[in-house]
Write a protein that binds this ligand. Structure first.
Ligand SMILES: C[S@@+](CC[C@H](N)C(=O)[O-])C[C@H]1O[C@@H](n2cnc3c(N)ncnc32)[C@H](O)[C@@H]1O
Ligand code: SF4
Length: 375
């Protein structure tokens, strides 16, 4: 099983918190689409003819693409790869782009999963983040997506924002559960260097939410999802009706994937590679047939670390048997030694050789991961 990620590096406007690679200069759209087509053809060897079970359009903002542009990309993918007939095809979209006509064309192009960036149902907070849409537009976009035929919709929310009260966060979640969306990704705000939020934080013109409030909001997230019948299957991901993201689940469980477009990452079990995060440099390199990516061969320790870092995030957890079989006795012994203290202090629970984070463990997952890695 393999997946394909396609990075669409354009946004209509930049949100103040975001450090995903993107440009607001859309003059490059057509040369980017040519370069992408070339990369699809030249890069397909990476998956060594494995069937493709998931395709994920991320960004940036895939919903800046016209229907024809999307259909051309999909046609080429179907021509160059063996895409399975039930492949999950996800498309990230901003609510303001999702009018009924566009949604109909997305659905008829074969997209069968939408990931809509709502972030908040509070207009004041949306403005503070420099989002282009209102809460009402966001709500309508989900309703219209269902009318267009979608039955696998995910929404993104952000919490831990400066000034977000716990009541407002609870209200956001309640609003989300009212929508006909089967999947929720809820991320705590991260301050990334180079973003306006980060600059304002450093200047002192923006005040970070306290640690206590952040923890409280994470607890509200977990409790509210539980009450609303949303199962947590990854630190930031929840679903009702078992509509797990197949694409992201494959990332977290060691699946192969090919990333296409500027800044996209690829992984084939043996090496990791990453494309240059610059649309002009990417297009020029592809046109001139020079290198547009860097890559790294994984050592046995890297593979072990990769296994720990990804699988521990999920409800499927870490398997003692897999660790022994794949990574040898000395790494298995290291794991058994290190995991013990987390079992003792109830941050990790073990059942039939499978280790998963407890609720207390979820709060300190970064520390646990760091300690379980072999440096
Ligand atoms: C590639 S981005 C967004 C896709 C789409 N362009 C949009 O804005 O709706 C994927 C998601 O990452 C989350 N995200 C981006 N930057 C973040 C940050 N600094 N902290 C927390 N979440 C962030 C947002 O929820 C966002 O919807
Ligand atoms: S959150 Fe989405 S729309 Fe906003 S800048 Fe990032 S990629 Fe673009």
């Amino acid at each position: 099983m393999a997946g394909i990620y396609i990075h669409i590096p354009f946004c209509r406007q930049k949100c103040y918190y975001c450090n995903f690679y993107k440009t607001v200069n859309q003059n490059f759209t057509s040369i980017f689409l040519n370069a992408l087509a070339n990369e699809i053809v030249s890069g397909k060897y990476f998956l060594s003819s494995e069937p493709v079970e998931t395709i994920y359009f991320g960004g940036g903002t895939p919903s800046v693409l016209t229907e024809n542009e999307l259909v051309e990309i999909l046609n080429l993918l179907h021509k160059e790869f063996t895409v399975t007939s039930d492949a999950e095809i996800t498309f990230e979209a901003n609510p303001d782009d999702l009018n009924p006509a566009y949604l109909n064309s997305l659905f008829s192009s074969g997209v069968n999963r939408l990931s809509i960036g709502i972030q908040s149902f509070n207009d004041e907070h949306l403005k503070k983040m420099n989002r282009r849409h209102t809460a009402k537009q966001a709500v309508n976009s989900v309703g219209n997506a269902v009318k267009a035929g979608f039955n696998n919709i995910s929404i993104d929310l952000i919490y831990g924002l400066p000034g977000l009260t716990s009541q407002q966060w609870k209200q956001n979640l309640d609003d989300a559960f009212q929508l006909p969306a089967e999947h929720l990704s809820a991320y705590h705000l991260t301050y990334h260097e180079g973003t306006p939020f980060y600059t304002w934080l450093k200047k002192g013109t923006l005040t970070e939410l306290s640690e206590d409030k952040s923890v409280e909001q994470f607890n509200i997230l977990l409790d509210s999802c539980l009450d609303a019948g949303f199962e947590q299957y990854e630190i930031s991901n929840f679903t009702r009706d078992k509509k797990y993201s197949k694409h992201n689940t494959a990332y977290w469980t060691g699946g192969k994937y090919l990333g296409l477009g500027p800044s996209a990452h690829s992984f084939d079990g043996e090496k990791r590679r990453w494309n240059v995060a610059h649309v002009e440099a990417y297009c020029n390199a592809i046109e001139n047939k020079t290198s547009y990516f860097q890559e790294e061969q994984l050592s046995e320790n890297d593979k072990f670390n990769e296994y720990i870092l990804t699988n521990i995030r999920t409800k499927w957890g870490l398997s003692q048997e897999t660790i022994s079989e794949r990574f040898g006795k000395s790494r298995a012994d290291f794991f058994t030694r290190e995991i013990e203290k987390y079992i003792q202090n109830k941050k990790i629970t073990e059942q039939n050789g499978i280790f998963t984070l407890t609720r207390a463990g979820l709060f300190v997952s970064d520390d646990i991961m760091a300690n379980l890695m072999i440096i």
